[in-house]
Design a protein around this ligand. Sequence first.
Ligand SMILES: NC(=O)c1ccc[n+]([C@@H]2O[C@H](COP(=O)([O-])OP(=O)(O)OC[C@H]3O[C@@H](n4cnc5c(N)ncnc54)[C@H](O)[C@@H]3O)[C@@H](O)[C@H]2O)c1
Length: 334
Amino acid sequence: MVKIGVVGCGYWGPNLIRNMVENSQVDQVTVCDLDPRKVAKIQQRYPTVKAAAGFDELVRSAAVDAVLVATPISTHAKLGKKVLEAGKHVFIEKPLAPTAAAAQELIELAAYKKLTLMVGHTFMFSPPVIRIKEEIDRKTLGTVFYISAMRVNLGLHQKDVSVVWDLAPHDFSILFYWLGERPVTVSALGRDSVLRGIPDVAFINMEFAGGAIAHVQISWLSPSKLRRTTVVGSQKMLVYDDTESLEKIKIFDKGVEYKNPDTFGEYQLSYRTGDIVSPQIKNYEPLGAEMSHFIECFTTGKKPLTDGECGLRVVEALAATDASLKAGGKVIRL
Ligand SMILES: NC(=O)c1ccc[n+]([C@@H]2O[C@H](COP(=O)([O-])OP(=O)(O)OC[C@H]3O[C@@H](n4cnc5c(N)ncnc54)[C@H](O)[C@@H]3O)[C@@H](O)[C@H]2O)c1
């Protein structure tokens, strides 16, 4: 049995708390927040949850083996470092840190202290995302030519981070996981339509060494909620729509084949339109799987799927996106 501490009871923290309270391997959850009303609300909902007077008391508590950090991005590195320095394992919400240097520092500190550092890239625990990874790995789609992802809605404008740092960590972590590599170039266009200096829409392009290219469109300023990703391969094509309740993945047996010409200049293209298959996908809450994985990792020493390096790759791509946005869409090499 393990004892978990959670810092941050805002919008996302309560989801982590609920999953830890419901986890059969957890026998104590202790929480803290700068706002005592948020802590009181949690205790009202989950009477077994204990409250720490503050973050310092939480990390020093003997009733805490590992801490989940669910506070704003600007605080991740500072709080994560304090958790590790106190000799506790740490799970930090996405993105790992506000800079690549800070992310690197966390990785080194966790390695030095022999503690688990895991990042909250929840989609890597989502059944459709895992299923698509399996399809890509077993070459169902052939060679991946390109991926196009859209994550837009009329979202909550955040005061301290742009739409890039809020939403792109999801698509970046998914894409790098599927392709098994990080991009070699990133370029992006965006604008701060509502709040000055805080981009709320971005169109991001990436190239990968393996040959695939990707486009990610993210926005807090769009009339309807779309969570749609298309993966086009040399053999088949796939559409993943996370807003669908039943058929989240559709695999299209569609493609265009180039036939070598018998005589010069007479090439032929043949178009294939076959079956559309929607695979059966397991049904469980990704966050529950993510919390169980964290517990498994820090109790056994197993390397987390979303370890510090995974978090760093995402932070580097976010920083490159920012650099490109500032330079009017310049291609940034990673
Ligand atoms: N994995 C996901 O799908 C997902 C979804 C949403 C948010 N997130 C991440 O979760 C994190 C939190 O986001 P949110 O939307 O809940 O933010 P939020 O602002 O709603 O909540 C953050 C909370 O942290 C508290 N806090 C800040 N500093 C603190 C400190 N030093 N000690 C104690 N409490 C402190 C604040 O009082 C606030 O209640 C962010 O990193 C965000 O990117 C992840």
